[in-house]
Each structure stands twice: as structure tokens, then as C-alpha cells.
Write a protein that binds this ligand. Structure first.
Ligand code: 4NP
Length: 154
């Protein structure tokens, strides 16, 4: 069983997209039984909310439903998950700092490290931008999701 947690700042745009796209890919590959997939935010500003309507609309158009409800990262998540995947450098740094014991640093990784074709090192925050930003998030997330699944299927 692979236990995967995607993390961004608000858990209403990037990490719900990553959770939705990766879950979709895992289902298509018939590997559902082998995965537990979740997402959360460094902040709880949007806790209890569905993903941003713009993110949901853009994902819908690619046949991906985003069903997650926003929640804040909890310290127990370090124990519960095998891989804690940050969307950007700030998320990565925040997670590192929350790991006071330094016990879990090997679990904390950058999502873009799994990209196969996209050159980005981070998934950019689309919240204050336009439609292009949401499309770009999905392009990067799809590429990184494929690489992540390959890395876990070997
Ligand atoms: P996310 O995007 O981290 O991809 O969910 C954001 C959503 C909300 C805010 C910032 C980023 N906000 O400041 O409310």
C-alpha cells in the first residue's frame, strides 16, 4: 500500500487537483487497491470548503472530478503517509519546519521532481491569476502524476 499526501497552501487549488488527477490515473491503471491518496493545506483558511470552482471546472473539462474537502495539515500526517508531496518551495520549507524531530524528512518531496516533460520546478499558485494558470497547473500535475505512478510501479 502506498499512502500519498499532496500538500499546497490552501488545499483548494493545486493539491486537490493533484489528488484528483493522480486518483484518476491510479483508477485507470486498475491500481486503486494499492493506494491511499489524500491532500491538505499548510493553512486551514479554507478548511471545510470544496476546491475552488475554477479549479473544479478546468479539471471537469479533462474528465477529472475534484471531490476533496479542504483540511489543514496535521502533525499526525507525518506518520500516516509514506510520501508527503509539496507543490512549491514554500510548502516544502513549511513541511520541513513542521518536522521538528527531523524524523520524516525523507518522506517530504517536491511534486515537480516527478515531471517527465515539463520543465517547471514548482506548481505555480493559480489563485490570483486567470484561466491560463489553472490550465498550466493541470498540465504540470498530469505530467508529474504519470512520473509519480511510474516511480511507484517499478
Ligand atoms: P492553493 O491556492 O494553495 O493551490 O490551494 C491558494 C488558495 C488560496 C489562497 C492561496 C493559495 N489564499 O490565500 O486564500
Amino acid at each position: 500500500m502506498h499512502k500519498i499526501l499532496f500538500v499546497c497552501l490552501g488545499n483548494i487549488c493545486r493539491s486537490p487537483a493533484a489528488e484528483g488527477v493522480f486518483t484518476h490515473l491510479v483508477r485507470e491503471s486498475g491500481l486503486d487497491q494499492n493506494f491511499q491518496i489524500d491532500s491538505c493545506g499548510i493553512t486551514g483558511f479554507h478548511a471545510g470548503e470544496m476546491a475552488d470552482i475554477r479549479m473544479r471546472d478546468h479539471a471537469d473539462r479533462r474528465g477529472v472530478e475534484l471531490a476533496s474537502i479542504s483540511r489543514k495539515f496535521a502533525l499526525e500526517d507525518f506518520k500516516k503517509f509514506d510520501l508527503i508531496i509539496a507543490m512549491d518551495n514554500r510548502n516544502f520549507k513549511d513541511l520541513y519546519e513542521l518536522d521538528h524531530s527531523k524524523e520524516y524528512r525523507e518522506k517530504i518531496v517536491m511534486f515537480c521532481d516527478y515531471c517527465e516533460t515539463r520543465p517547471e520546478k514548482e506548481v505555480p499558485d493559480p489563485y490570483y491569476g486567470g484561466a491560463d494558470g489553472f490550465e498550466e497547473v493541470l498540465d504540470i500535475v498530469e505530467d508529474a502524476s504519470k512520473g509519480l505512478l511510474k516511480s511507484l510501479s517499478v
